[in-house]
Design a protein around this ligand. Structure first.
Ligand code: IDP
Ligand code: MG
Length: 153
């Protein structure tokens, strides 16, 4: 089983899409194992988007990510990193496929509703960045036999 990190961005919070976004992950069969609200600090954003700090639009991204508090989720499932990334869709929402969160809910590159870890390696670093061990929960979904066959996990 993998765990992956999702940030529900201010664009989703302002537009009242929090329930829709979480509902998609729940309906897919991903398990919520961590959940919190926070206002991201400058340092958190610099680390989280370190690959973009030198871009001319970095300040715009930072301001956008601090426009409201964000919701941070840890989701668990088989191949969760790839599944959640595929459900999120391409960075440019105008090119993201219909059926994905960005493809269905947004029109922007920057205001694109969710962040999702892009690899197993980044999921491990991002989960550590935003959750302590105590904030990640271990519990068994009662519907497990209806989510997977027992050789899948
Ligand atoms: P990702 O969120 O699909 O992984 P990244 O390239 O890691 O995409 O970029 C992180 C975030 O920075 C994007 O989700 C988007 O909000 C913002 N961003 C990326 N590229 C641009 C750009 O060219 N203009 C404005 N914002 C951008
Ligand atoms: Mg990224």
């Amino acid at each position: 089983m993998q765990k992956t990190l999702v940030i529900i961005k201010p664009s989703a919070i302002q537009r009242g899409l929090v329930g829709d976004v979480i509902s998609r992950f729940e309906k897919k069969g991903l398990q919520i194992v961590g959940f919190k609200m926070m206002l991201l600090t400058d340092d958190m954003i610099k680390i989280h988007y370190s690959h973009l700090v030198d871009k001319p639009f970095f300040k715009r991204i930072k301001d956008s990510m601090q426009a409201t508090p964000v919701l941070i989720l840890a989701l668990k499932g088989v191949d969760a990193v790839e599944v959640v990334r595929n459900m999120s869709g391409s960075t440019n929402s105008r090119k993201a496929l219909s059926g994905t969160i960005r493809g269905d809910f947004s029109m922007s590159v920057q205001e694109n509703i969710v962040h999702a870890s892009d690899s197993v390696e980044s999921s491990l670093a991002e989960l550590k960045r935003f959750f302590t061990d105590e904030e990640l929960f271990d519990y068994s979904p009662l519907i497990m036999p209806h989510l997977y066959s027992n050789d899948e996990y």
